[in-house]
Design a protein around this ligand. Structure first.
Ligand SMILES: [Zn+2]
Length: 80
């Protein structure tokens, strides 16, 4: 049996043995706010975005942080 070292994406938890592939992944991870994807935008859950009704996007010009809305208590995640 061998023990292995692995790397985990700090945004979504994806795991890889290769540091470079996780580094590359984090830059385009949908759960990374820096990619400005629909997943981290409050408008997706609120159904207030015309753009992401068609297709989820990254680098969205209309992106607004879901986390910031939660922190400001302007938004509560609906119960699932
Ligand atoms: Zn990720």
């Amino acid at each position: 049996m061998f023990e292995i070292k692995a790397y985990e994406c700090e945004h979504c938890g994806k795991i890889s043995r290769h540091k470079s592939s996780i580094k590359r992944h984090e830059k385009r991870c949908y759960h990374n706010e820096e990619t400005r994807s629909c997943i981290t935008c409050w408008k997706l859950e609120a159904g207030k975005c015309e753009l992401c009704k068609e297709k989820l996007r990254t680098g969205c010009p209309d992106w607004e942080s879901l986390q910031e809305a939660i922190d400001a208590q302007e938004w509560t995640t609906p119960a699932r």
